[in-house]
Ligand binder design. Structure first.
Ligand code: ZN
Length: 74
């Protein structure tokens, strides 16, 4: 193996490494965004406390008073 072949392989390796990192962070940011977007907002009927829960549950207990509230529908 001569030096130019080694250089080409090294450059390809570095490029693949950066591509892999870029894809990893892109996917992770997308997952974070999707997770935040899927949050449901709840308004407590008993103490008027506004809170959010991840996912799309139909009801969630208030973290302040424990009252089970139905999901707000916009
Ligand atoms: Zn409450």
């Amino acid at each position: 193996m001569d030096l130019s072949t080694a250089t080409v392989i090294y450059c390809l390796f570095v490029a693949a490494l950066f591509l892999g990192l870029w894809m990893f962070y892109d996917r992770r940011d997308h997952a974070l965004f999707e997770h935040a977007r899927r949050k449901s907002t709840f308004m407590c009927a008993r103490c008027n406390h506004l809170y959010a829960a991840s996912g799309r549950p139909d009801s969630c207990e208030c973290p302040r008073c424990g009252h089970a509230n139905a999901r707000l529908r916009f």
